[in-house]
Design a protein around this ligand. Structure first.
Ligand SMILES: [Zn+2]
Length: 487
C-alpha cells in the first residue's frame, strides 16, 4: 500500500471520498442537498514531487507524459500494478484506438498563427497561439476526458455498461474509447440526432436509445434516461463533471501541453479564450492553470476568458450575479437578495450588457476583483455561490439555436471552477452573437490550415469582441483552442 497522498472531495459540501474508490463518480450528497454545487475533485496532498519536470516522461502521449499528475495512474499503482504495467496498458489501449479511429493520443500542435493574427490586425510582434485539437482521437478534445475516466476504472468495472447522453462529439469519443476498452456503451440520443453521427455510432458498436420527451417531464430526456441507466449500474461515461468528476483530469492534459510549450520556449500569454458548452474543457483548463500556477512560474498569468453564444449563456449570467454580490460586499452595501431559478433581467437586456461596448467597463470591475481575490469580501461571495447554486446556475429557459451548436448546453455543469478562475485572473465571460461566430469560423478556415467547426472556432469570436472593444493591447499575446473538426 502506498501512502495516501491523494484524495477526492466534493467542492460544494466537502464530502471526502477515498481516492482509490473506483466506484464513486459523483457526490453522495447530491440528492439530499440539491442547492449545493456538488462536484468531486481530485486532490494531491503532496504535489511538488508530482510536478517536477524530471518526472515528465519524454513521450508524446499525454497519458504517459503527465501520468504522475493523474489519479488513474496512482490508482493503478495502488492496485498492485507497476509503472511498467500502467505504460503497457496505455500502449495497448492506444494501439486499439489507432486501429479503430486512425490515431491514438499524441500531443496536439500549438501553432503560432501569423496569417490569422495579421487578418485580425495584430502587431507583428504579437503572438496568436492556437491549440489544434481537431485531429485528436475522434476529432475533438472529448476523447481526452473519457480516456482519463477509463484509466481510473478497475478491471471489474469494464464489465458494467458505460452510459452517455449525447449526439455529437462526446458520443463519438465515448464510442471510440469504450470500443478500445472492450466495454459496452449505451448512448442516449434525441429524436433529431444527425444521421451521420447515428451511423458512425452504430458502426462503432454503440447501443443507441432514442429518447422522446415524456408528458410533464422537465429537463433533457436523454440526460434523464442516462441517469436511470447509471442508477441501474452503468458507469457515467460522460464529460459532465457533476455526474463524473473524473472527467476533468484527462482534459487537463490538453492545457498542460500548452503551458509546457510556453515554459520551454519562454513565451508569455496574456489572454486565454475557451469556448464553453457543458464546461468540461474550460474547467479542465482552469484547473490545469491553477495547478501550474502553484508549482511553476508562468511569466504572466493570462486572463481566462470564456465564450458562449447569445443562444444560451448560463455561465455569463451566473458570473454577472456573483459580480453583483462581490460589488456590494466590496462597497459595504447590503447583500442583494437573489431569487433562485429566476433572472431579474430579460435575456435581451443581459445579452446587451455583454456587448463589446460594455467590455472596457467590465474589465475595470474584473481587475478590481482580481486584486481583491484573497479578501474576505470576494471569498465570502464565492463560497456563498457554491452553497447556493440555484441562485446562480440553472438550466437555460428557452431552446437555444446557434451556428455553434456544440456549445448550446442549457447548463454549464462545472460552472464554479470556471467562474473562480475568471475572477481570479481578471477574465470575462464573453457572449458572441451569430455574426461574430460566423466571422470567426470564416477567418479560422481562411487564414489557418486547421478546419474547425463553428463550435470549434467559437473562442475566436470572443477574441473578435475583445479586439473590437480595444481590450487587447498590441504587446499582448493570445491563445485559442480550435477543437471539434468540421464534419
Ligand atoms: Zn457534495
Amino acid at each position: 500500500m502506498i501512502p495516501q497522498h491523494h484524495y477526492v472531495s466534493c467542492v460544494g459540501c466537502g464530502t471526502r471520498v477515498h481516492a482509490y474508490d473506483s466506484t464513486t463518480f459523483s457526490c453522495p450528497n447530491r440528492d439530499c442537498m440539491p442547492n449545493v454545487n456538488h462536484i468531486l475533485q481530485k486532490k494531491h496532498v503532496i504535489t511538488t514531487q508530482l510536478w517536477q519536470r524530471s518526472k515528465l516522461e519524454d513521450s508524446r502521449n499525454p497519458f504517459v507524459r503527465y501520468r504522475h499528475r493523474l489519479l488513474g495512474y496512482h490508482r493503478a499503482l495502488n492496485s498492485h500494478h507497476s509503472d511498467i504495467d500502467y505504460l503497457e496498458r496505455v500502449a495497448e489501449l492506444d494501439a486499439k484506438l489507432a486501429a479503430i479511429d486512425g490515431t491514438g493520443f499524441v500531443e496536439t500542435p500549438l501553432t503560432i498563427e501569423t496569417e490569422l493574427a495579421d487578418a485580425l490586425g495584430f502587431d507583428p510582434m504579437q503572438k496568436l497561439f492556437v491549440k489544434d485539437e481537431t485531429h485528436n482521437v475522434a476529432g475533438s478534445h472529448k476523447a481526452r476526458h473519457l480516456f482519463g475516466i477509463l484509466l481510473n476504472l478497475s478491471k471489474e468495472s469494464l464489465n458494467r455498461p458505460f452510459a452517455i447522453a449525447s449526439c455529437g462529439n462526446a458520443a463519438l469519443a465515448a464510442a471510440v474509447v469504450s470500443k478500445a476498452a472492450g466495454a459496452k456503451l449505451e448512448v442516449y440520443i434525441p429524436t433529431d440526432a444527425e444521421e451521420s453521427v447515428v451511423e458512425r455510432l452504430k458502426a462503432l458498436g454503440a447501443n443507441l436509445h432514442i429518447c422522446e420527451r415524456r408528458e410533464g417531464e422537465l429537463g433533457d430526456p436523454c440526460y434523464l434516461r442516462s441517469l436511470e441507466a447509471v442508477r441501474d449500474g452503468a458507469i457515467p461515461f460522460t464529460c459532465q463533471g457533476p455526474d463524473n468528476g473524473l472527467t476533468i483530469e484527462g482534459g487537463s492534459t490538453l492545457a498542460y501541453e500548452i503551458f509546457d510549450r510556453w515554459i520551454e520556449n519562454n513565451h508569455s500569454c496574456h489572454h486565454m479564450f475557451v469556448q464553453v458548452g457543458g464546461g468540461a474543457l474550460a474547467s479542465s483548463s482552469a484547473q490545469a492553470l491553477a495547478d501550474t500556477m502553484r508549482h511553476e512560474a508562468l511569466p504572466i498569468l493570462p486572463r481566462f476568458h470564456t465564450v458562449q453564444t447569445r443562444g444560451a449563456f448560463p455561465l455569463a449570467r451566473a458570473y454577472d450575479r456573483i459580480v453583483r454580490l462581490i460589488d456590494a460586499r466590496l462597497r459595504g452595501l447590503p447583500f442583494p437578495e437573489l431569487e433562485p431559478f429566476k433572472d431579474d433581467m430579460s435575456v435581451e437586456d443581459r445579452a446587451e450588457a455583454h456587448d463589446s461596448s460594455a467590455i472596457s467597463q467590465r474589465l475595470i470591475m474584473a481587475d478590481c476583483i482580481r486584486s481583491a481575490w484573497d479578501s474576505t469580501a470576494v471569498q465570502s461571495v464565492v463560497r456563498y455561490a457554491c452553497a447556493n447554486k440555484n441562485a446562480f446556475m440553472w438550466p437555460w429557459e428557452s431552446a437555444p439555436h446557434s451556428i455553434a451548436h456544440g456549445i448550446l448546453d442549457d447548463e454549464t455543469y462545472d460552472w464554479y471552477a470556471i467562474i473562480c478562475t475568471m475572477l481570479r485572473t481578471g477574465g470575462l465571460p464573453l457572449v458572441a452573437d451569430e455574426d461574430h461566430l460566423k466571422k470567426a469560423h470564416e477567418l479560422a478556415n481562411s487564414y489557418t490550415a486547421i478546419w474547425p467547426s463553428a463550435t470549434g472556432s467559437a473562442g475566436l469570436a470572443g477574441l473578435l469582441l475583445m479586439k473590437e472593444a480595444g481590450a487587447i493591447a498590441d504587446y499582448e499575446n493570445v491563445s485559442l483552442y480550435f477543437t471539434g473538426i468540421e464534419r
